[in-house]
Ligand binder design. Structure first.
Ligand SMILES: Nc1ncnc2c1ncn2[C@@H]1O[C@H](COP(=O)(O)OP(=O)(O)OP(=O)(O)O)[C@@H](O)[C@H]1O
Length: 282
């Protein structure tokens, strides 16, 4: 288990904003970290990686990473970190980028195979697309066989099709390696696809923590509006069909008919409209 109880004074756009996090994560979990801009998500990842100071405690299994101002240095924490920018070594081939981290040719070959990069292993980063570079960054982070994989909006610079492809690869890698993963993401469909749990950070504190459907589903309010969304899933519950649709930053559940369920495909862009009255404006 990973036990995080940390505090740090941050200075945000509106002045002092204490970051105060008490979070327990089970081994192998895939946790999405969500929340408004400036709420402290990146800082929390950097504290976990040992790149930033904080007070409190971090315990990973039986190892103490932080206690009473004594911090294990970053290189001793078994962490893989992937940022939005790829940070690859430009003067090394793809394979060399991986082997630089750990001299394990079998693991490098296996990771490159899983992410369809095998053919590109002798190329240099400059000749790769953004999606390919980000795959290399993810493989490189896994070369250390980290205890925790930290992903800071790793896919946000990619287009929708490439994002979906890399989401599938992240899922495959997570199934294969079972690495405990914390991923900053704002994208509800990405969170829904990848994470088993979502933690929402707001102004330095956790304001919500639960399964993606519980946290992201819009359960309140009704609007006389029409929204365009992406159909993520159709569930059959007893005799009814429920469509899960990503609209903007939220997931909504919509009861649909059997006929509609038959005609719709996962990934379809759908229009959701409601004729309800008495909308709330907050
Ligand atoms: N070392 C520090 N000392 C004091 N304040 C800091 C420090 N590092 C970051 N901050 C401030 O803390 C706030 C949170 O920053 P952080 O980058 O963690 O937010 P975030 O949730 O990742 O935002 P975004 O989604 O925009 O990337 C910011 O206002 C930032 O200026």
């Amino acid at each position: 288990m990973i036990d995080i109880k940390i505090q740090k004074k941050l200075y945000g756009a509106k002045g002092l904003m204490p970051l105060q996090v008490d979070l327990q994560i089970q081994e192998g979990e895939f946790v999405a970290l969500s929340g408004t801009s400036g709420s402290g998500k990146t800082t929390l990842l950097r504290i976990l990686a040992g790149l930033e100071e904080a007070s409190g405690e971090i315990q990973v299994g039986s190892e103490i990473w932080l206690r009473e101002q004594k911090a294990l240095p970053p290189q001793k924490r078994e962490i893989g970190f992937v940022f939005q920018d790829y940070a690859l070594f430009e003067n090394m081939t793809i394979e060399q980028n991986l082997l630089f981290v750990a001299n394990n040719t079998n693991l490098a070959a296996h990771l490159l195979e899983l992410t369809e990069l095998r053919e590109l292993k002798n190329r240099y980063p400059s000749s790769l697309s953004g999606g390919q570079k980000q795959r290399v960054s993810i493989c490189r982070a896994l070369m250390r066989k980290p205890k925790i994989l930290l992903l800071d909006e790793p896919l946000s610079a990619l287009d929708a099709a490439m994002r979906a492809k890399l989401q599938n690869e992240l899922l495959t890698l997570h199934k294969e390696f079972g690495t405990t993963t914390i991923m900053v993401s704002h994208d509800p469909s990405e969170i829904y696809r990848l994470a088993s749990r979502v933690v929402v950070l707001d102004n330095g504190s956790i304001t919500n923590d639960g399964k993606p459907t519980e946290v992201l589903l819009k359960r309140q309010g009704s609007q006389k509006f029409s929204f365009e969304g992406e159909l993520l899933e159709i569930k059959k519950v007893d005799v009814i069909y429920i469509a899960i649709v990503a609209i903007g930053q939220q997931l909504v559940e919509i009861v649909i008919s059997q006929e509609e369920a038959k005609n719709l495909q996962i990934g379809d862009t759908v229009n959701v409209s409601t004729k309800a009255f008495n909308p709330n404006l907050t």
